[in-house]
Ligand binder design. Sequence first.
Ligand SMILES: *Cc1c(COP(=O)(O)O)cnc(C)c1O
Length: 365
Amino acid sequence: MKLQIHRTYNFNAGPSALPISVLEKAQSELIDFRGTGMSIMELSHRSSAYEEVHNQAINRLKELLSIPDSYEVLFLQGGASLQFSMIPMNFLQPGKKAGYVMTGAWSEKAYAEAKLFGEVYQSASTKEDKYRSIPNLGQLTYHPTDAFLHLTSNNTIYGTQWRDFPDTGELPLIADMSSDILSKQIDISKFSLIYAGAQKNLGPSGVTVVIIRKDLLEQANTNIPTVLKYSTHTKNNSLYNTPPTFGIYMLGEVLNWVHELGGLSAISAQNDRKANFIYEAIDNSNGFYIGHANADSRSLMNITFNLKTAELEKKFLEEAKQEGFIGVNGHRSIGGCRVSSYNAVPLEACKAFNEFMTQFQAVNS
Ligand SMILES: *Cc1c(COP(=O)(O)O)cnc(C)c1O
């Protein structure tokens, strides 16, 4: 008997949707992982069966993102939030400054954390404009002798995304790519360090991916706890201590799914189409839906908008939920509406939401 599978339209901002084929594969391998007679969670992280999973995930990410050999891929814990402190602990050297580009709530958190470790400054900020935009590259200030420049490539809460990145030359560029990593091709060589919590585009929560240029390690501070040094993890292939083995297995399977879809060019084309369904409904609404981000800074991952009144917005969110669209509420800090259309959200979900938006407008305007 084949059971009817119930899957909702999941627009959660993170943790977020996973590909159903990955969930099914994990389910089929759960009890007896590839002939070991135990689940992946019960295997030693020093076993060859686990190590194969671990190394395949690293290699698949290198292949998909075209990561040069001068970089290491790490799987850490503590979320993107721990990176907010690990980065300045390791790389904000005494006597140096670090610049932070302020484009939203996550940039603010990263900046506040770095302040605890040394001198930081704001390279640019769009806060005055309610974080509706990404600054022009020409507006950024930074100095070649700084420790690093930090930016947030996609602003999950406000719904903005960088299109191009600055060329900072010798100055290390560091990016929080938690909510758009693997959504499109980027030039890794512009960055010295990229980090991302896995739970948006890469897999389940519990794993943080760090892509680090090896030569950055030579400049790292040494008076910090062993487990918080990047060099500890590069020397041990992310197996210094017990890694989140199940999360890394899931991440590897999500990467295989992206590979089978045709890699980043295929994913990126699909992400364009998905976001367009929602932006089209906003732009064709004659002001019924009010987009938060300026058009040139719009995110393809998190689409944020408001309705004219709080009552109408409440009704919209309630009806969306009734229709099976989950996670459309804006972040608790700013309210409004937000559709997160990460890699694993199917095109049909965005198409269905476009139809819902059009229908809701027809009935309520
Ligand atoms: C979700 C998110 C974070 C926080 O990630 P955690 O893994 O929960 O620490 C940080 N930065 C950005 C851009 C995010 O979207």
